[in-house]
Design a protein around this ligand. Structure first.
Ligand SMILES: O=C(O)CCC(=O)C(=O)O
Ligand SMILES: [Fe+2]
Length: 317
């Protein structure tokens, strides 16, 4: 079985590294992005304490939150006075059921009636350290995201400012996901249906559960991507930037073990008002697909017409 590449990002981050050392890391990322769209990233410099911290608050939330607590931070649609995007949601779908709490970069002003994604984050009150731990993690991940963007620019041979100017106010998103253990009584599968991510780059952190996340490889086979450091994958906006040379690869979660699973994807995405258009020259007639898009439009469409997020069910109180 083909496995996904593992890339040591350490040399890229070291101040004393030469341009040559950095270019070697960038070349590995470039290859992984062209070949599979998924790679493991180690040597990323995010402290173990933060990785453990974010996994712990995720686990504790799903183990302990009551229906009332979930209801108090439930995502609301625009017609219910919400913003369609931020907060707790429970997805019950044939292709995979799960629970999630979604957070996004704050927007100012955030006034009612909210446009999609433009409301305030809804932080769980318990565990009490949820918000400070998540905010410390987000801070660190934003800076890792910027460093990986610099590596992408080097690998692609474009000015780093060309990419950085479109992500310097990255409209990031953090999802805290919970998957129930298999219950022989319920037909609903625990998981997420197949999809591509719609932003630039996803940094996925999971617990130790194996045989859950699957990635579609070049030969059309679903391969398991088991836990290990960060698992990075390319979103549709990076595919757009590279005219499809970098793949936004289909993936899904089919969680069939008896114990619950948690995962925490951090989506490093463009500035809301960035226009994302191909940076690489056209190679032929396959052009029309990559004509550029305003990220705000991509985000709004993706959140309002979710494929794998449907249907949202009301939280029982
Ligand atoms: O839970 C996982 O392993 C993957 C989640 C995912 O693909 C997503 O939220 O976009
Ligand atoms: Fe995903």
């Amino acid at each position: 079985m083909a496995t996904l590449p593992v890339i040591d990002f350490g040399p890229f981050l070291l101040p004393q590294s030469s341009l040559e050392d950095k270019a070697a890391v960038a070349a590995q990322i470039d290859r992984a992005c062209r070949e599979s769209g998924f790679f493991y990233l180690r040597g990323h410099g995010v402290p173990q304490e933060l990785l453990d911290g974010i996994r712990n608050i995720a686990r504790t939330f799903f183990q302990t939150a009551t229906a009332e607590e979930k209801q108090s931070i439930a995502l609301k649609r625009s017609d219910e006075g919400g913003d369609n995007a931020r907060g707790y949601r429970k997805v019950v779908a044939e292709k995979g059921s799960h629970e999630a709490v979604d957070f996004y970069r704050s927007v100012v002003p955030s006034t009612r009636p909210y446009k999609t994604g433009m409301g305030p984050n809804q932080w769980p009150k318990s565990p009490a350290n949820f918000r400070p731990v998540a905010e410390a993690y987000i801070d660190r991940m934003q800076s890792l995201g910027l460093s990986v963007i610099e590596a992408l620019a080097l690998g692609l041979g474009v000015e780093s400012q060309t990419l950085l100017s479109r992500v310097d106010e990255a409209f990031w998103s953090l999802s805290v996901l919970g998957y129930e253990g298999r219950d022989p009584q319920t037909p609903a599968k625990s998981g997420i249906g197949e999809h591509t991510d719609f932003g630039i780059l996803t940094f996925l952190l999971t617990d130790q559960t194996r045989n859950a996340l699957q990635v579609l490889n070049k030969d059309g086979q679903w391969i398991y991507a088991d836990p290990g450091c960060f698992l990075c994958n390319i979103g549709d906006m990076l595919a757009e930037w590279t005219r499809g040379a970098y793949k936004s690869t289909l993936h899904r979660v089919v969680h069939s073990s008896a114990t619950p699973r948690i995962s925490v994807p951090f989506f490093f995405d463009p500035n809301l008002d960035a226009f994302i258009e191909p940076l690489l020259p056209a190679s032929g007639e396959d052009d029309i697909e990559y004509s550029g898009i305003k990220y705000r439009q991509k985000f709004t469409e993706s959140v309002e017409k979710p494929l794998w997020r449907e249907p949202l069910v009301a939280v029982e109180s």
